[in-house]
Ligand binder design. Sequence first.
Ligand code: 5GP
Length: 185
Amino acid sequence: MSSIHPDIARILITQEEIAVRTAELGRQISDDYAGEEIMLVCILKGAFVFMADLARAIECPVQTVFIAVSSYGNSTQSSGVVRILTDLDKPIDGRNVLIVEDIVDTGLTLSYIAGLLRDRHPKSLRICALSNKPQCRKKEVQIDYCGFVLPDEFVVGFGLDFKDFYRNLPYIGILKSELYRKPEC
Ligand code: 5GP
């Protein structure tokens, strides 16, 4: 059991819980896509830690591609403006695309990216999110595979950052409120 970082108020999901749930998701995805290839689209930067574990929990042949977007900048609140910083380096037409995301909050980022990728004519398009905060949804998105439903708190760890820090924490925890201003929905 790793010790808690001094900036973390409380651990919400432990390393062990994430490992168990990721293995479950991997099994479910392997069953659903049995006999098929999957193209995993990692939304950078936040999803890179989860995607590394998820990819190894899937038994089907997978390809991995990456898309870098920026929606929050250095803030804790979604601006609603999604910018593509780095696009995919492969075409996705005719592929089974599975978008891998760290967290869905307002849904603005994922609905934008899903729309963008749908226009490129994949064979199928699904979404796997490590975590979901449904309280502040502004755009409905269908999450086909969801790791954890979280309360409306600003969380960091396991890829999730604040000002690009804390991504390396092995758990998901609530950042101490004195370190930032809690956003309104
Ligand atoms: P959405 O567009 O759904 O509001 O937010 C998606 C992105 O916002 C996520 O990919 C993530 O980078 C960031 N985000 C949303 N909620 C949180 C949170 O509680 N903690 C962190 N670190 N990032 C968040």
